[in-house]
Design a protein around this ligand. Structure first.
Ligand code: TA6
Length: 279
């Protein structure tokens, strides 16, 4: 079942089936809630998120596209691109069974987007809501020239406590550390959080396991080799007016960034997927 609702300035879809529920804002195709029945929510949402037009929601899964982070050449362009603040179209909702619902949203190039990024494109987001949450971002090149994108499904996971959570699956992986701007660091063992952490891990192919208090969250990625891990730590979080409590959030982001850019030729597509589950 799908219902259209509004929170502050933003319209959203509330989707539910026998075993799970999700909320998806039409601005940004932004999933800001997912919960399987009888389980804790998987996604974190800041209590102080603005829910304003042209402002990304703080929490859930912001879509960073067509560039991740600051624009390479023009720092005045929006951080993480414009997909997360654009108004998407709800194409369809399909009840695949009584335990799985698929929602598809679309963003097409427009006069406004061409001013920010000079290519014609079609973006679709396919969301499977069931026992797990599966999200695929498809980029199609509708232009007559090739373009390059970096992108991310900037997932904010809800966790019990940043001081005790840890991540398995990154041992010996190479990462770029944004906090001190250093390249070629090597992860030793599991990743724990003692301070601001902002890293881009490379050559990721297997599933990650986030051990959170009494549950395990699993994140699988398809169509990317980079993974971004972010927690702002207390000092930075205190400066962010829309970030309520950094100790209960952890971003684990399937991404294509750094050397993992995607070149897409005319008529060709790229697909980035993240699958999040818990046990
Ligand atoms: O994914 C990590 C990151 O790029 C951080 O550097 C941090 O700034 C974060 O995203 C949030 O960015 P935002 O533009 O949403 O404030």
């Amino acid at each position: 079942m799908v219902r259209i609702k509004r929170h502050k300035e933003l319209d959203y879809l509330e989707v539910s089936n026998r075993i799970s529920q999700a909320k998806i804002s039409l601005q940004g195709a932004h999933i800001f809630h997912f919960q399987a029945k009888g389980k804790q929510p998987l996604l974190w949402l800041s209590e102080s998120s603005f829910f304003k037009k042209n402002k990304a929601i703080r929490g859930g899964i912001p879509i960073c596209w067509p560039w991740f982070g600051p624009h390479k050449k023009d720092p005045d362009l929006p951080n993480h691109g414009f997909a997360r603040t654009s108004l998407w179209e709800h194409l369809k909702t399909q009840e695949l069974s009584d335990t799985e619902t698929k929602v598809t949203l679309r963003l097409s190039s427009s006069k406004e987007s061409l001013k920010l990024w000079p290519y014609r494109f079609e973006l679709t987001l396919e969301i499977h809501i069931g026992a797990q949450l599966q999200v695929s971002l498809n980029t199609k090149n509708l232009d007559n020239k090739a373009f390059t994108i970096t992108n991310a499904l900037h997932t904010y996971l809800s966790i019990a406590d940043i001081n005790t959570v840890f991540i398995d699956g990154l041992d010996k992986k190479i990462y770029y550390d944004k906090v001190d701007d250093s390249f070629n660091n090597v992860q030793e063992g599991r990743l724990l959080f003692t301070k601001e952490t902002d890293r881009i891990y490379q050559n990721i192919s297997s599933e990650l396991i986030i051990q959170d208090n009494n549950r395990r969250i699993r994140v699988k990625t398809e169509g990317s080799h980079t993974l971004v891990i972010w927690n702002p730590g207390k000092e930075l979080a205190d400066k962010m007016p829309d970030l309520s409590d950094h100790t209960t959030m952890l971003c684990v982001e399937s991404a294509n960034t750094l050397e993992d850019e995607s070149l897409i030729r005319p008529d060709k597509s790229h697909r980035l997927t993240t699958i999040i589950s818990q046990d």
